[in-house]
Design a protein around this ligand. Structure first.
Ligand SMILES: Nc1ncnc2c1ncn2[C@@H]1O[C@H](COP(=O)(O)OP(=O)(O)OP(=O)(O)O)[C@@H](O)[C@H]1O
Ligand SMILES: [Mg+2]
Length: 238
């Protein structure tokens, strides 16, 4: 599937009766990259989960490639091209690495798994190991690789760098950039490593208590010391 646009308007959502997101609106053109930033507990994961259909939506609209998926269940959203890598890793513990990847193929030929191994050589080395035997970082790689193998048109990544060594982070960000750059995927990235996120993204939104408190380009955010300090809680970006 080629990349598609994502348009979110006036989205409010939460868990049961607990409202978390309020009136979120933004759009990402096909093949572009959006970073979603904010302090802990501000609603970043809830936003991605809501786009994937895993929370309760109270109001608002979600359009993927011009198709309204607001009321679609999560399986139908996956079918519409949404690929979601949740912050809580999602590995099948009793399946091997290779079997876990096979689950992500969604009808593609088995040799497509080589794409995952090219992106994560570590997974090739451990292809016979069970999911339960992987380190945290390896589970993270496996979850990400399995989702990408399904070739989503909109990829939602929730802190994909968490627990990974710096050298792997750089390789992974380069791989994500390539996916977006080739026009294959529109990518939303939630990341605590702010500089990595800003280097990657075309546009940024910053959440504060479930609302968009800031939006603009990475360079504009880097120059807005007040916003960086107030909304991200860091002293400054280089
Ligand atoms: N399943 C849930 N049920 C009820 N409330 C939840 C649930 N998951 C998260 N919340 C609440 O929703 C709010 C936003 O949480 P969320 O996980 O979206 O934040 P976040 O920005 O991703 O934080 P972090 O940076 O720590 O991952 C928090 O107040 C959290 O306690
Ligand atoms: Mg989170």
């Amino acid at each position: 599937m080629p990349a598609t646009s994502l348009e979110v308007s006036n989205l409010s959502a939460g868990y049961g009766p607990t409202r978390i997101l309020e009136s979120i609106s933004f759009s990402v053109p096909a093949g572009r990259r959006l970073a979603v930033l904010g302090r802990n507990g501000m609603g970043k994961s809830t936003l991605l989960a809501t786009l994937a259909g895993q929370t309760r939506r109270y109001d608002g609209k979600i359009m993927v490639g011009g198709v309204d998926i607001s009321s679609a269940p999560s399986a139908a959203r996956a079918h519409a091209g949404i690929g979601y890598v949740p912050q809580t890793r999602d590995v099948f513990p009793s399946l091997t690495v290779e079997e876990n990847l096979t689950v992500g193929l969604k009808g593609r030929q088995k040799d497509a798994i080589d794409e995952a191994y090219a992106m994560f050589p570590r997974l090739r080395e451990r292809h016979r190991n069970l999911g339960s035997q992987l380190s945290g970082g390896e589970q993270q790689m496996l979850t990400t690789a399995r989702t990408i193998l399904g070739r989503p048109s909109v990829l939602l990544l929730d802190e994909p760098l968490e627990g990974l060594a710096p050298v792997i982070c750089e390789e992974l960000m380069a791989a994500f950039s390539e996916l977006a750059g080739s026009g294959d995927m529109t990518i939303l990235l939630v990341e605590q490593r702010i500089q990595s996120a800003l280097d990657f993204a075309d546009e940024v939104i910053v959440l504060e208590r479930g609302r968009i408190a800031w939006s603009g380009t990475p360079s504009a955010l880097s120059q807005d010391q007040d916003a960086v300090e107030r909304l991200l809680g860091v002293g400054g970006l280089h």
